[in-house]
Ligand binder design. Structure first.
Ligand code: PLP
Length: 450
């Protein structure tokens, strides 16, 4: 079939997530047909660098035969069985053990889900169940942040602080409160990054004072906000959040769906930023996306209460799907055997950061930022004022994203912020090629919108 025929069929029957369907049908979707390493090929034969690792998840890159083989073998042996009603199977046992090894010391128990969104929903129920089991059923409110992202289910989208998502479907659900985000470039005003980091963290304290610690179950946040625009909190932010959660007896949930499994150059984002959460939400990089799987990890303190509380009336048919567990086991073995996380910390991360941060010299870039292998460019028509473009120009992020694809690089756009998060196995030469595409893209977009 030709690309035109594939597009017509897709437009006739397929409703896409997070896509403007009207525009989509007119322009036609991109049809991706294969992938290898850090590259994708579309149905017209174009080869592009996947600068987003799929959706920030293909950490070990495409075409890993070890994962394919492990899944095929598991499918032959036991394609499905559940983990309800006191049953388990070999891949779930092995994955639980491995996760206890690669997460920080107090995390030794996992509840399996099928995705990051299911992990979010699980955590809403789990933290309330935890406090109820400790005779504190009133501790039920969860504090999260504006412009955070925690998934698309009712619970996940409610925890998230995305206005456009809340506007569709009457969200957030009751019992979820949002506070400021630590977005210094966009909202820091005259404060220094460190001053602003403290101010943003103390918004949590102000919310607790207003609501009352006796009513609050947890604070829920990403180590750095991914979908919100790779917002990297100032150094003062996380230590202060940690202090407040401890002082006020509130559980700290770290949503590691993007940061987990090496993205920041540490295994988990909380290790990069130096805080100690009670609960981890994991997905994406756990299997490098080869099969869908997620999980919720609880610290020993939380596990003890949950275990002693008896049955948690919660679970998904695919909690601990055997083939998905096998994919995750093979993926974690690759991450370890090839020292991929350490390579991000010591070698390829610093190499790419230096080149990415130099893009700040471009006339269109107000700020370039990156940790590990996740970064962003803030686009602006005026570096001094950090202004936005007038509405008539259109969304410059989307214009730039289209140039980028044509130039051979997938970048993502959130408003006028460009996002990059390549597979962790990217080579030095591939980083050079990625940066060259990004530069050309900025030149093309600048010519169009300046
Ligand atoms: N949490 C974070 C931080 C995410 O970035 C995402 C997805 O991008 C999710 C949760 C939701 O994960 P999923 O799309 O697997 O449901």
């Amino acid at each position: 079939m030709t690309t035109a025929q594939l597009r017509a069929l897709d437009a006739a029957h397929h409703l896409h997530p997070f896509s403007d369907t009207k525009g989509l049908n007119a322009e036609g979707v991109r049809v991706i047909v294969k992938a290898q390493g850090v590259h994708l090929w579309d149905s017209d034969g174009n080869k592009v660098i996947d600068g987003m690792s799929g959706l920030w998840n293909v950490n070990v890159g495409y075409g890993r035969e070890e994962i394919v083989e492990a899944v095929a073998q598991q499918m032959r042996e036991l394609p499905f069985y559940n983990t309800f009603f006191k049953t388990t199977h070999l891949p779930a046992i092995e994955l639980s053990r491995l996760l206890a090894e690669v997460t920080p010391a107090p995390f030794n128990h996992v509840f399996f889900t099928g995705s990051g969104s299911e992990s979010s929903d699980t955590i809403i129920r789990l933290v309330r169940h935890y406090w109820a089991a400790r005779d504190r059923p009133d501790k039920a409110v969860i504090i999260a942040r504006r412009n955070g992202y925690h998934g698309s289910t009712m619970g996940g989208a409610s925890l998230g602080g995305m206005g456009l998502m809340h506007a569709q479907g009457g969200l957030p659900i009751p019992g979820i409160v949002h506070i400021a985000q630590p977005y210094w470039y966009g909202e820091g005003g005259d404060l220094s990054p460190d001053e602003f980091g403290l101010w943003a963290a103390r918004e949590l304290e102000r919310a607790i004072d207003e609501i009352g610690a006796d009513s609050i179950a947890a604070f829920y946040a990403e180590p750095l906000q991914g979908a919100g625009g790779v917002i990297i909190p100032p150094a003062t932010y996380w230590p202060e959040i940690q202090r407040i959660c401890r002082d006020r007896n509130i559980l700290l949930v770290s949503d590691e769906v993007i940061c987990g499994f090496g993205r920041t150059g540490e295994w988990f984002g909380c290790q990069y930023f130096g805080y100690e959460p009670d609960i981890l939400s994991i997905a994406k990089g756990i299997s490098s996306g080869y099969l869908p799987i997620g999980g919720v990890m609880v610290s020993d303190k939380v596990a003890e209460t949950i275990i002693n509380a008896g049955e948690f009336h919660h679970g998904y048919t695919y909690s601990g799907h055997p083939a998905a567990c096998a994919a995750a086991v093979a993926n974690i073995r690759i991450l370890r055997a090839e020292g991929i996380v350490e390579r991000v910390r010591d070698d390829i991360g610093p190499y790419m950061q230096k080149r990415w941060l130099a893009l700040a010299d471009h006339p269109m870039v107000g700020e370039a930022r990156m940790v590990g292998l996740v970064g962003a460019l803030e686009l602006t028509p005026n570096k001094a004022t950090r202004a936005s473009w007038p509405v008539e120009t259109g969304t410059v992020g989307l214009i730039t994203r289209d140039f980028s694809f044509r130039n051979g690089l997938v970048m993502r756009a959130t408003r006028d912020t460009m996002i990059i998060a390549p597979p962790l196995v990217i080579s030095h030469d591939e980083v050079d090629a990625l940066i060259a595409c990004a530069k050309k893209t900025l030149d093309d977009a600048w010519t169009e919108v300046k």
